[in-house]
Design a protein around this ligand. Structure first.
Ligand code: 13P
Ligand code: SF4
Length: 326
C-alpha cells in the first residue's frame, strides 16, 4: 500500500518578512521610473505579492484597473484574461503582462466562434460569462461575473431569459444551486481546481479537527460538498480573518496561502490536497516570476493590445458587471 504524502502546513509570517532581494529592489525602482502600478492576483508567489501595489481576486483587480488614474502603466501579474480585462476597462494605459503565454485552461475551453453559433441558434439566451474568458467571448456576453459576485449577477438577469453560463460548468452549477435559477452550462473547467480529492480533504479534516474547509467554486460538486464555505479567493481572506478558528484548510491554488500568511497573524493554513500531491499550483500563474516581471518592466513588453471595436464590445458586459455588483 502507498504511504500517503504529508499535508503541507504553513504558519503565519506574523509580520516577519524577509529582507527584499536585489531583484525585488530593482522591480520597485523600475516601477517608479516607468510610473507603473503593479496589480497582482492572489495566486502569485509571495515574492511577487511583496512588491505589489494591490493584491486581490479578479473582481477587486478589475475595479482597481478601472479606477487607476495616475499611473501611465499597469503591470499585471496574473494570467492573460486578467491583463486583457485591465486593458478593456482602462484603454488609455499601457498594460503589460510578464509572460504572454500565461493563459488559463478555463478561458481556453470556450471558443468564441462556437459560442456565436450557439447564440445564433438560440436568440433568447442571456449569456453570463465568467471573467475567465477571452475578450472575444466577453464581446458575445450579456454580462460578466466573477466568483465573488456570480450569485448577485445571476439574480439580476431578467426572469424571462434563459441563461447560458460560460465557460465554467462548476461555478455555473454552484450558482444555479445558490440562486435556484436553471441555467445551461458550457462544458468548461479549470484543469487545476478539478484535481482536488475528497478523500484527501477528509484526511486533512481528521488531522486538523475543527479546521474550517474553504473551497473555491471552480471545484467539482463533490469537493464543494466537503466545504464549510465555498467562496472567491478574496472572501477566503475575510473569512479566515473573522473566524475564531486557528487553522484552515484552503482548497484552491496553493499560492493563495502566501496572501493569507502575510495578512493573518497567529493562524495556520493547510494546502488543499489532490489525490497525488499536497499542493496544487496553477502552471499558468507560475509563469510569472520576479525575473520575468523585472524584464517586462525593463523592456516595456509584452504589451496587451486590442482592436478598439473588440475592446468596446467586451467593455459593455464588463461595465454592466461593475455597475451591478457595486
Ligand atoms: P478569484 O476571482 O476567486 O480570485 O478566482 C480567479 C481564478 O482564476 C480562480 O482560478
Ligand atoms: Fe485558469 Fe485555473 Fe489557473 Fe485560475 S487556476 S487561472 S481558472 S487555469
Amino acid at each position: 500500500m502507498n504511504t500517503p504524502f504529508s499535508l503541507k502546513v504553513y504558519d503565519s509570517l506574523n509580520g516577519n518578512l524577509p529582507p527584499l532581494t536585489p531583484i525585488q529592489e530593482e522591480i520597485l525602482r523600475l516601477k517608479k521610473e516607468r510610473n507603473a502600478i503593479l496589480l497582482v492576483h492572489n495566486y502569485q508567489s509571495a515574492e511577487i505579492q511583496r512588491v505589489a501595489d494591490y493584491v486581490g481576486d479578479s473582481l477587486g483587480l478589475a475595479y482597481q484597473a478601472e479606477a487607476e488614474k495616475d499611473a501611465d502603466v499597469i503591470v499585471f501579474c496574473g494570467v492573460h484574461f486578467m491583463a486583457e480585462t485591465a486593458k478593456i476597462v482602462n484603454p488609455s494605459k499601457t498594460v503589460l503582462l510578464p509572460v504572454v503565454e500565461a493563459g488559463c485552461s478555463l478561458a481556453d475551453s470556450c471558443d468564441a466562434a462556437e459560442l456565436a453559433a450557439v447564440k445564433a441558434q438560440n436568440p433568447n439566451l442571456y449569456v453570463v460569462a465568467y471573467i475567465n474568458c477571452s475578450a472575444a467571448v466577453k464581446a458575445l456576453a450579456d454580462v460578466i461575473c466573477t466568483s465573488g459576485n456570480a450569485k448577485k449577477i445571476v439574480e439580476n438577469v431578467p426572469a424571462d431569459r434563459e441563461i447560458l453560463f460560460v465557460p465554467d460548468q462548476n461555478l455555473g452549477s454552484w450558482v444555479a444551486a445558490q440562486t435556484g435559477r436553471k441555467m445551461r452550462l458550457w462544458p468548461g473547467s479549470c484543469y487545476a481546481h478539478v484535481l482536488f480529492s475528497v478523500k484527501e480533504i477528509q484526511r486533512a479534516r481528521e488531522q486538523f479537527p475543527g479546521a474550517p474547509v474553504l473551497v473555491h467554486p471552480e471545484c467539482v460538486e463533490s469537493v464543494r460538498a466537503t466545504a464549510d464555505i465555498v467562496c472567491s479567493t478574496e472572501k477566503m481572506v475575510t473569512f479566515c480573518k473573522e473566524s475564531a478558528a486557528d487553522t484552515f484548510i484552503i482548497v484552491t491554488e496553493t499560492n493563495m496561502i502566501a496572501r493569507l500568511r502575510q495578512e493573518i497573524p497567529n493562524k495556520k493554513f493547510v494546502a488543499g490536497p489532490t489525490a497525488t500531491c499536497a499542493c496544487n499550483e496553477c502552471m499558468f500563474m507560475k509563469m510569472n516570476t520576479p525575473e520575468t516581471l523585472r524584464d517586462c518592466l525593463k523592456n516595456m513588453s509584452p504589451e496587451i493590445k486590442l482592436p478598439e471595436d473588440l475592446r468596446l464590445a467586451a467593455y459593455t458586459p464588463l461595465k454592466r458587471m461593475l455597475d451591478w455588483s457595486k
